[in-house]
Ligand binder design. Structure first.
Ligand code: F6P
Length: 321
């Protein structure tokens, strides 16, 4: 009897720890007697049949690397019926009986479509945004937070030397979790996130209040979902007379060697995904719940609403005085 064969791909924005997840999928599959294909550039590789068999040593020396050795893409073609049909045909041609898709919500929609078309897929949450509703944690989040923190620490040095205000935009798409946790870690005076109503008057009032107790430099963290850091910095300077500078951290947050947390979570999630495919189970998203690895039906996962950590936001407000 021929061996069961599965495939693995990375899709959407890359995230540190994706390589650790690929490694775990490949090694788990092989140690459980399966074969694995590595698919290049997300769903585009399924459509164009751009894939190759992965052996144990193909994933050596990658656990510590950022990015993804399989490359990634946001495939528009896959959203078309012809793209999906070509992907299904290539899976069948290559005897692929299941696919592990490492990415975000958009990638999971693709995984659902492929599962419904007869190729069982398992989604692994890989994004620096930590915006997957069914999971407490996404691969790449911890590394991105640490990168953002060390960048803002550097900005603090110069803001402190000049008695300035540094207004910093942190990534996260529509989610404010990266901004919130980075903001707390850098001791921001104010954290502006899409999940909370914000008024610039309140930010300025807080700056004035802390100035009265002796504060001379300020860090304002702004989530990407709010944006407009140049405008915010200009208005702060106008209202307070404190010289203000805006910085957009940008894609630096997506790179770098993954932290312990990202490597370990990715390894655990990859292992779980292969176990599901081994049993012929598809159409699931792997998630972290109370620290444990669990899985959800993809539609159920996509319909869940991400909760914002209001309690933590209150902590940030109370201690940034
Ligand atoms: O989803 C990860 C992310 O880095 C978001 O934080 C950001 O909004 C987006 O991707 C940027 O996408 P791109 O790399 O296509 O510019």
């Amino acid at each position: 009897m021929s061996k069961k064969k599965i495939a693995v791909l990375t899709s959407g924005g890359d995230a540190p720890g994706m390589n650790a997840a690929i490694r775990s999928v490949v090694r788990t599959a092989i140690s459980h007697g399966m074969e694995v294909m590595g698919v290049y550039r997300g769903y585009n590789g399924l459509i164009s049949n751009d894939m190759k068999p992965m052996q144990l040593r193909d994933v050596s020396d990658i656990i510590h690397r950022g990015g993804t050795i399989l490359y990634t893409a946001r495939s528009l073609k896959f959203k078309e019926p012809e793209g999906l049909a070509a992907a299904v045909e290539n899976c069948k041609k290559n005897d692929i009986s299941g696919v592990v898709v490492i990415g975000g919500d958009g990638s999971f929609r693709g995984a659902r479509a492929l599962s419904n078309a007869g190729i069982p897929c398992i989604g692994l949450p890989g994004t620096i945004d930590n915006d997957i509703s069914c999971s407490e944690y996404t691969i790449g989040f911890d590394t991105a937070m640490n990168t953002a923190m060390s960048m803002v620490d550097k900005l603090r040095d110069t803001a402190q030397s000049h008695d300035r205000c540094s207004v910093v935009e942190v990534m996260g798409r529509a989610a404010g979790d990266l901004a919130l946790k980075t903001g707390i870690a850098v001791g921001a005076t104010y954290i502006i996130v899409p999940e909370r109503q914000f008024s610039l008057d309140e930010v300025i009032e807080r700056m004035e209040r802390t100035r009265q107790s002796g504060k001379k430099h300020f860090i304002i963290v702004v989530a990407e979902g709010i944006g407009g850091v140049d405008e915010i910095a200009r208005k702060i300077e106008e209202a307070t007379g404190i010289e203000s500078r805006a910085t957009v951290l940008g894609h630096v947050q997506r790179g770098g060697s993954p932290t312990v947390r990202d490597r370990v979570t990715a390894s655990r999630m990859g292992y779980h995904a292969v176990q599901l495919l081994e049993q012929g189970i598809g159409n699931r998203v792997v998630a972290v719940e109370h620290g444990k690895i669990v899985d959800y039906d993809i539609s159920e996962a996509l319909n869940m609403k991400k909760t914002f950590d209001e309690e933590l936001y209150q902590v940030a407000l109370d201690i940034s005085i």
